[in-house]
Ligand binder design. Structure first.
Ligand code: BGC
Length: 408
């Protein structure tokens, strides 16, 4: 039996675009239409049904919930701020607070207002200034209710998918342009960190806790050749730790937020930058179980990464960890195995202070549409029905007791 601290944050995460529905002013909405992709449409109608969803989270003993604010609702046109949208998010936060659920609020989770995309998105030198103006509007209103802020969700995933691999809007494949966006993101985070702290200080509020949600992956060489080992080193630096290192150097982190899902087996074919960054092993050796998108399940990777985070000397919150699967027993196994590895890392001195499962409810999985099922709660998209999965109840017991049995 393993015991977690009594003040541990237990809960789950969502993002606005993936659950709310009706986000017509976001760049993703337009991209879905342009590409003929499955439309996010009304998604989980969480914009209307959030009370019901939070009741379920409460019944599952969650004491924390991560959600995001949709920038394109707050600022549908450049410089036009919607008081109505802001009021909505105040109500959402208060509805969590009234259930004693700690809100952890993300300011940017992959989507941009359409107007920003039209003027070059995060490549535009003024993107940071626009982001700060939006942050100021939102944080000033929510500061008295919120302590935990995530400025940007997975900056390196956004940069690589949208500007290197070219699979997300605006579908660019250019290292140079990726670098510009990466730099604007890091500047945006550092400045937003300072701004958020200033807002709290000026209002006499308790210090906020601000971070990013950094996607980390276990990179393993398929065979230990020089090329593969070098690629693992580079990928750790660029994809896992580079962004954190940069913002940590500017003292712009109060905790480390990480999202962990899977591992990548590295097998590099050529001595070229693109190959060093992207090649993976295609053969089916070293078999492990997979989620429904084919990602390897590799819980010990989380343990190893957590140990590497010790160098920052900051508390760590797992801001996302989860599995899409049609097999709910596998979901439970996944959660259990990851919690075991988190506990093991805590025994080695890593200060983990929370775990948020991705996701509370099934939702819109970006370019993959609605078929991947990540939720603790099943969504019937036609009827907007909710059904709590068995894995959610088992996880709920851990949230309630803080006790993890040795076997799932
Ligand atoms: C993202 C989520 C996404 C999840 C599963 C994370 O990278 O933050 O938006 O749904 O992974 O792919």
């Amino acid at each position: 039996m393993k015991r977690f601290p009594s003040n541990f944050l237990w809960g789950s995460a969502t993002s606005a675009y993936q659950v709310e529905g009706g986000n017509q002013n976001a760049d993703w909405w337009q991209w879905e239409l342009d590409k003929g992709l499955e439309n996010s449409g009304q998604a989980c109608a969480h914009y209307q049904l959030y009370e019901q969803d939070f009741d379920l989270a409460k019944s599952l003993h969650h004491n924390a919930h991560r959600l995001s604010i949709e920038w394109s609702r707050i600022e549908p046109q450049e410089g036009e701020f919607s008081q109505e949208a802001l009021n909505h998010y105040v109500k959402v936060i208060l509805s969590l607070k009234s259930r004693n659920i700690e809100p952890i609020v993300t300011l940017h989770h992959f989507t941009n207002p359409m107007w920003l995309s039209k003027i070059g998105g995060w490549e535009n030198k003024r993107s940071t200034a626009y982001f700060l103006r939006y942050c100021d509007f939102v944080v000033s209103a929510l500061a008295k209710y919120v302590r935990y802020w995530i400025t940007i969700n997975e900056p390196t995933i956004y940069v690589s998918h949208a500007y290197i691999f070219g699979v997300w809007p605006p579908q660019v494949k250019s290292f140079l342009r990726a670098k510009a966006v990466y730099n604007n993101f890091s500047l945006a985070h550092i400045k937003a960190y300072q701004l958020i702290h200033k807002i709290y200080k000026d209002s006499g509020l308790l210090r906020p806790l601000v971070s990013v949600s950094q996607y980390v992956q276990a990179f393993l060489p398929c065979v230990k050749t020089l090329k593969n080992l070098l690629a693992v080193y580079i990928r750790n630096k660029w994809f896992n730790f580079g962004f954190l290192d940069k913002i940590a150097r500017h003292n712009a982190l109060d905790f480390i937020g990480i999202n962990y899902y899977s591992r990548q087996l590295v097998e590099v074919k050529k001595w070229q930058v693109a190959n060093l960054l992207m090649d993976t092993c295609r053969s089916n050796h070293d078999l492990v179980k997979k989620n429904s998108l084919g990602w390897d399940i590799y819980p010990e990777g989380l343990y190893n990464l957590l140990l590497k985070l010790k160098k920052y000397r900051l508390p760590v919150i797992i801001t996302e960890n989860g599995i899409c699967t049609g097999d709910d027993n596998l979901r439970w196994e996944y959660i259990h195995a990851h919690l075991q590895n988190i506990h093991r890392a805590m025994e080695q001195g890593v200060n983990v202070s929370g775990y948020l499962y991705w996701s509370l409810i099934d939702n819109y999985e970006w370019d993959k549409g609605f078929s991947p099922r990540f939720g603790l709660i099943d969504i019937d998209y036609k009827a907007q029905g909710r059904t709590v999965r068995e894995s959610a109840r088992k996880f709920g017991q851990i949230c309630e007791t803080g006790v993890l049995e040795i076997f799932p």
